[in-house]
Design a protein around this ligand. Sequence first.
Ligand SMILES: *Cc1c(COP(=O)(O)O)cnc(C)c1O
Length: 488
Amino acid sequence: MRNQLATELLFALSQPGRRGALFPDSDVPKKPLNELIPQSALAIQPTDLPEVTEPDVIRHFVNLSTLNMCVDTHFYPLGSCTMKYNPKRHERLAGLPGIVDLHPYQNPSDLQGMLEMLYGMQEMLAEISGLPAVSLQPAAGAQGEFTALLTAKAYFEDRRENRTKVLFPNSAHGTNPASAALAGFDCVQLESSEEGLIDLEDLKTHLDDQTAVFMVTNPNTLGLFEKDIKQIAQMVHDAGGLVYIDGANMNAILGYTRPGDFGGDMMHFNVHKTFTGPHGAGGPGAGPIAVRDFLADYLPGPVIKQTEIDSEENQFVLETPSKSIGRIRTFYGNIGILVRGYCYLRTLGAEGLKAVSENAVLNANYLKIILKDVLPVPNGELCMHEFVASASKMKSENGITAMDIAKRLLDFGFHAPTVYFPLVVPEAIMVEPTETESKETLDAFAETIRQIVKEAPEFLHDAPHSTDISRPDEVIAARNPILQCCET
Ligand SMILES: *Cc1c(COP(=O)(O)O)cnc(C)c1O
């Protein structure tokens, strides 16, 4: 019997008069709403709500939550997404009344503690990136890319340079071309080399005085470090363009190298990936950006500055940069996630962050090596924080696809890795174990994959067999969701 309480709507459980709370009798005479408030002023008509008890509600939502896998219940090696464990301590800290009870319209002199924390976050991100000017506003990685590209655009317009092209390799995350197109640039996709790295020859043929920005993920989505990155950055700079580093996933390089040191002019962070903001199902996130000093004047406002004033009340102030592209999000950004990231960074410190990267890279290489006879990895001897295997040999030999393996893993209590991305690897299986997993978990995962590939292909094509829903049409599920809020 599986979770009937979760799949039934609360409306189905509704019984007249059931309540989740006890209210004292009202001492105000009862009158219909429209006698108290004129009909014309009732913007929203009162709606029917389910009448249920507290246990009904709790069981409904707790059961609903068990229909899905999450990092708190299962190993979740989703490549590119960094599903590392999110420490519960951060939840407690981010939920302190001094933080959640703040109102963004409060006078900044009443918000000095929060502003100090956000200022500290700006400073730490500047240090980690090697890029001095930070905006905490963007609410996601994709919005960070978009914001940085608008910043670059404002910079070129200011210099009266008409640069219209944004370049990126064919291994790029889909948000790169999407952000470039949204920011009004022409997108140019480059080929990758045999090794799965940026092809310098191809890059050279596309660089010209129309090139605004070259966007690159490093380590790239194949989990490989772009070893020629300095030379690449030099080539882009010689053509007058800027280098954008997609830093959604910094897990391999924290404390070892910095985008600003290997030639990047701008980057974004995904606080919800690298710095343990709990994420999934599209939110919430925080995608701060860091840029070189000559781009600082164009950043969205407000940024937080520390003044010389020796007074507790006004030490941290809000400033809009002189040539700002304007606001990109309301208030101060997605503070709840920024606070969790701040706690993470302060807890680990510089040495701790270095250890994060060491263990993330070690875990990825361990798993890659113990799996390589069943899941060969076409590119690279060693990987960084993730690796991309290919099931194409298995597919041609016995018809087992990357999708079959991913789906069957669910039956064994493992979340599936990312599949069919990046596009440059056929039948791609992209695995990112992260540093928070033990050797025992990695061994169990590898053992399960070995077992799966020995199973009958027909059996695998129907997997998963134990979940409530087996194989939804993913395109229809994503594009035409049927949202039910009440019985019709
Ligand atoms: C996740 C990711 C992004 C986009 O970040 P969102 O917060 O989902 O918008 C961009 N680039 C790479 C490489 C990513 O992994």
